[in-house]
Design a protein around this ligand. Structure first.
Ligand SMILES: O=c1[nH]c(=O)c2ncn([C@@H]3O[C@H](COP(=O)(O)OP(=O)(O)OP(=O)(O)O)[C@@H](O)[C@H]3O)c2[nH]1
Ligand SMILES: [Mg+2]
Length: 202
């Protein structure tokens, strides 16, 4: 982590992500500053891929803060819905006023799955792209995925977003029912983070 410390901006406005990234960063003893703490604006996510959106968020934060910045663009892709909500996962949760309601978003996904019919299956995966940008223009990106299936009704209050309807392959509990440490041992975010750590060690 030498190339990063002693201070790193965590370029996200999502409290759930910030909590998870802080937990993943904890062993490295780097001071992590959240985007909200630094009053950084939320860039418009105009990219057409997770990596493109992660890169534009990291670049904007590193330039404004004058510090290395780590961003996260992530989402839930449902096979029966041709990969939606995907990069639009946060937008699926927004009402007309832009307020997010993930109970509503999970319901929308379930209704779309029902409409697709039982033969389409319930397979889904989470993707997380992490980008690390430096003020001098360097940028590196890493992507992790976790595969599983969707359940209904939602179960568990842990995690955030779509976690209460996602069961990873080989497990019975939803991410919403698991202890945070169990999610961190297998999540899309943990897998992307592992690659980032390996890259930093080389
Ligand atoms: O159940 C979940 N477990 C996860 O582990 C997870 N990771 C991401 N997501 C959802 O995917 C969207 C990301 O959108 P997103 O990358 O644009 O983030 P965001 O707008 O919330 O914050 P920011 O980082 O852009 O500031 C948001 O709706 C998140 O709820 C998750 N849902
Ligand atoms: Mg966003």
């Amino acid at each position: 982590m030498n190339a990063v410390g002693p201070k790193l901006v965590i370029a996200t406005h999502n409290e759930g992500k910030l909590r998870e990234i802080r937990a993943l960063m904890a062993p490295f003893g780097i001071e992590c500053l959240g985007a909200a703490e630094l009053d950084l604006p939320e860039p418009e996510e105009t990219g057409t891929s997770f990596v493109a959106n992660a890169e534009l968020k990291a670049r904007a934060a590193a330039d404004l803060a004058g510090l290395p910045a780590l961003s996260d663009d992530s989402g839930l892709s449902v096979d029966a819905l041709n990969g939606e909500p995907g990069i639009h996962s946060a937008r699926w949760a927004e009402d007309e006023a832009g307020k997010r309601d993930f109970g509503h978003a999970m319901q929308k996904v379930e209704e779309a799955l029902q409409a697709a019919g039982p033969e389409s299956g319930r397979d889904a995966h989470f993707t997380c792209a992490l980008s690390l940008a430096w003020p001098d223009g360097r940028i590196e990106s890493f992507e992790g995925k976790v595969f599983g299936h969707l359940v209904w009704p939602p179960r568990g209050d842990n995690g955030f977003g779509y976690d209460p309807v996602f069961v990873p392959h080989g497990h019975e509990e939803t991410f919403g029912e698991m202890e945070p440490a169990a999610k961190h041992a297998m999540s899309h975010r943990a897998k992307a983070f592992e690659q980032l750590v390996q890259w930093l060690a080389t």
